[in-house]
Design a protein around this ligand. Structure first.
Ligand code: PLP
Length: 361
């Protein structure tokens, strides 16, 4: 039997009846865009995160573009962000008109740090995008002490926390993705901007609707980027499960630890005050693709992520040329995601670790 990289199906099984009921209710109501389900989800998710405003948008990529613009970022501005992340983080900054400036990450947490961000600052830097990579919160409170707005890209980190604050509530604004495989995944594309700042929220709300506040006057060139009623209605069923799902992800990581994973491969280090919600559990090894091939023969899925880091992507050539990011280059060569889900139990964790041990024997 295969142990898959993700298991998006099993956690939803007990919720199927409730999901179908909400789907029926939306069809009966006939309101599909910017209606009561979205308004209710936005206030429930804001309460969950502990922020004042959540603005539902079409996906996590648009969320970053809209949040950056709402923070006042535009043409001519530099935005410091990691190169070791999904492409959307930098793409969204370019869409906002900004120039991404790539910084390195810490080898053990895989996240940007105050030192790596500081090394990329110039007089034109107007914001930092801190990605909570693989579901582990970046050191956002420390980054904010650099005195620039920090946008937390929490696409992978719903359900995580840093100290007493939830991931998604750490920056001047934050963005989330509800892509189906994410920690809080909907049934298609979806995303959100979260912030305590009334002005940023108001601007983000206008930008997601063509730059209009009243649907009559169009003040900005914005986007058509809303979280649909159907997705919002279904997310309202899933949100109450998020903490227990995040707990399941942490339990799976603990089971890997118990099974001796660190004796065979490099494992992620969790900062003392962080409570990660592992979206991906990513180990390191000198020959990760060889290891993945052997795991596949043993029925265990594994996959390397971001093998070509952003500063080396063709579309980022105008921004990435000449940048030296040694830790990013190393991690993009050596990382390997192994199975992770809210329902990955100790027995499966032992099987994965045994398969890794056999592959490396
Ligand atoms: C770190 C990161 N940022 C942004 C995104 C973009 O989210 P979406 O796919 O919802 O546009 C993703 C996920 O795909 C991501 O992993």
């Amino acid at each position: 039997m295969t142990i898959t990289l993700f298991d998006t199906r099993t956690p939803l099984e007990p919720l199927r009846a409730a999901l179908l009921e909400r789907l029926e209710a939306v069809l009966a109501n006939g309101h599909y865009v910017l209606g009561p389900e979205l308004a209710a989800f936005e206030s429930e998710f804001a309460a969950y995160l502990g922020v004042t405003h959540v603005i539902g948008v079409a996906n996590g990529t648009d969320a970053i573009t809209i949040a950056l613009r709402a923070l006042g970022i535009g043409p001519g501005d530099e935005v410091v962000l990691p190169s070791f992340t999904f492409y959307a983080t930098a793409e969204a900054a370019v869409t906002a008109g900004a120039r991404p400036v790539f910084c390195d990450v810490d080898h053990d947490t895989r996240n940007i740090t105050v030192d790596t961000a500081r090394a990329a600052l110039t007089p034109r830097t107007r914001a930092i995008v801190a990605v909570d990579l693989f579901g582990c919160p970046a050191p956002v409170p420390e980054l904010r002490e650099l005195g620039l707005p920090v946008l937390e890209d929490a696409a992978q980190a719903a359900g995580a926390a840093l100290g007493a604050r939830k991931a998604g509530a750490l920056g001047d604004a934050a963005t989330i993705s509800f892509y189906p495989s994410k920690n809080l995944g909907c049934f298609g594309d979806g995303g959100a901007v979260a912030t305590d700042d009334d002005r940023v929220a108001e601007l983000a709300r206008a930008l997601r609707f063509h730059g209009s506040r009243d649907k009559r006057n169009f003040e900005y060139v914005g986007y058509n980027s809303r979280l649909d009623e159907l997705q919002a209605a279904l997310l309202r069923v899933l949100l109450p499960q998020l903490d227990s799902w995040a707990g399941g992800r942490r339990a799976a990581a603990a089971a890997y630890h118990e099974a001796g994973l660190a004796e065979h491969v490099g494992v992620p280090v969790t900062p003392d005050d962080a409570s990660p919600a592992w979206h991906l559990y990513v180990v390191t090894h000198a020959r990760p693709d060889q290891l993945a091939a052997s795991l596949s023969e043993q029925g265990v899925q594994a996959r390397g992520y971001y093998r070509i880091p952003l500063h080396r992507q063709p579309a980022m050539a105008p921004y990435g040329g000449g940048v030296e990011l040694p830790v990013t280059d190393e991690l993009s060569r050596t990382n390997l995601a192994i199975p992770m889900s809210p329902v990955l139990g100790p027995e499966q964790a032992r099987q994965v670790v045994a398969a890794i041990a056999a592959a490396l024997a």
